[in-house]
Design a protein around this ligand. Structure first.
Ligand SMILES: Nc1ncnc2c1ncn2[C@@H]1O[C@H](COP(=O)(O)OP(=O)(O)OP(=O)(O)O)[C@@H](O)[C@H]1O
Length: 367
């Protein structure tokens, strides 16, 4: 290799390595994503490997890096190849990961009705949209809504061997729900330990196959059931869904505290129904005040993963069995959900690189 080539390679590596990835919030160098840089006679080939599913962003990133590289006077041609490799991230240290499932992401809320299930469905679909193998476990025992939302209300799991269950599939996702097995019209009268046991069994007896991510729609709230579940399920990270009122009433903070207690990294917060979009004129308004989610995220040192509007289409599409990411992936809201998925997966990567960054800055004395 000529010394010129070595100099060119290190110049190119330095230039591209300094690129700040918007999802990771880190440079490619710091994230360890710049895998190969080869230069021969002024022609360069670069390999970038992201730790999260990137979908179209892979092409956008490649184009951006190629554009930056063209500032180098010696460069004749460049080809940047961006790929994704999703690693298994660590789980609470007393638990064993479930074979075949690389990462379990739980979606939780401080209280009911904040849009946790809708967010979980669109997050799972967003990850799949970007190319990941994804499963969705509806653990919302008090109101299992994933069968309806995923258009699987008339489906049931099958169990040819009477020991394991084959989950129904929708939009490329394996979906398992307590709602497939119990009558959703009947109020659940199970006590905490029964709930946890049933859900752990559901998780362990489903044939998930190889999954990059299993998204778990948790029961709403932060009581004993949720706490035990967070201790029993080997979780890589948690997403907390809130509304502006939830933030004002500090319900969301209970969620942060619960995951801190069980040493599960909080990947971030989603502020749902943060604005209202008028179905007549499309006007978007902060009816509950602006910036609550951002302020809370800053205060507790967690990421604000998304701010989603209160929009009738989100409800209609979810209730109609076709959540926004599949109904309208190119719409503003569809793109916001896909962005949420990328951001969440990227936070897992960062949590692996900088473990302390994923723990909320909340004192245990706080209630
Ligand atoms: N951003 C939104 N815009 C409009 N409607 C929404 C939005 N998010 C959720 N909804 C609707 O609000 C209702 C409650 O949402 P969802 O079931 O997701 O909440 P949840 O927090 O999971 O509730 P639960 O605690 O009862 O399980 C649903 O009808 C859903 O379609």
């Amino acid at each position: 290799m000529s010394s010129n080539t070595t100099v060119h390679e290190s110049e190119l590596r330095q230039l591209l390595g300094a690129y700040q990835d918007p999802y990771l919030g880190l440079t490619l160098e710091r994230a360890g994503s710049l895998k190969t840089v080869q230069v021969a006679n002024g022609d360069a080939v670069v390999g970038v490997e992201l730790g999260f599913p990137a979908g179209r962003y892979a092409f956008e990133l490649a184009a951006e890096l190629e554009r930056r590289a063209r500032s180098l006077s010696w460069l004749k041609q460049i080809k940047v190849n961006v790929s994704s490799r999703i690693a298994s991230h660590s789980v609470q240290n007393n638990l064993k990961p479930i074979q075949g499932i690389r990462n379990i992401i739980v979606v939780a809320s401080g209280k009911g009705g904040v849009g946790k299930s809708t967010t979980a469905a669109n997050l799972a679909l967003g990850l799949a949209h970007d190319g990941a193998a994804v499963g969705l476990l509806d653990a919302d025992i008090y109101g299992p809504s994933q069968p309806q939302m995923m258009g699987l209300a008339d489906e049931k799991p099958t169990s040819p061997d009477q020991k394991t269950m084959i989950a129904p599939e929708a939009y490329g996702l394996k979906v398992m729900s307590i709602g497939f097995l119990v009558d959703v019209e009947q109020p659940m009268v199970w006590r905490g330990p029964m709930v946890t046991q049933a859900l752990v069994q559901l998780l362990e007896t489903t044939r998930w196959g190889e999954l990059d991510y299993l998204v778990v729609d948790m029961p709403p709230g932060t009581g004993d059931t949720q706490l035990t579940l967070s201790q029993r399920v080997p979780v890589s990270g948690a997403v907390i869904v809130t509304t502006p009122q939830d933030i004002a009433l500090l319900d969301a903070r209970k969620g942060l505290r619960m995951f801190q207690k069980v040493a599960v990294p909080v990947l971030g917060v989603v502020e749902n129904m943060s604005t209202h979009v008028c179905s007549n004129c499309g006007f978007e308004e902060h009816i509950f005040g602006a910036g609550g989610g951002r302020r809370m995220a800053e205060q507790y040192g967690v990421e604000l993963l998304a701010e989603l509007p209160l929009d009738i289409r989100i409800r209609e599409q979810a209730d109609g069995g076709k959540p926004t990411v599949v109904a309208e992936p190119e719409s503003k809201i569809g793109r916001a959900y896909i962005d949420l998925a990328r951001r969440t997966a990227a936070r897992l990567v960062v949590a692996g690189l900088q473990p302390a960054a994923a723990f909320p800055n909340i004192s245990t004395e706080d209630t």
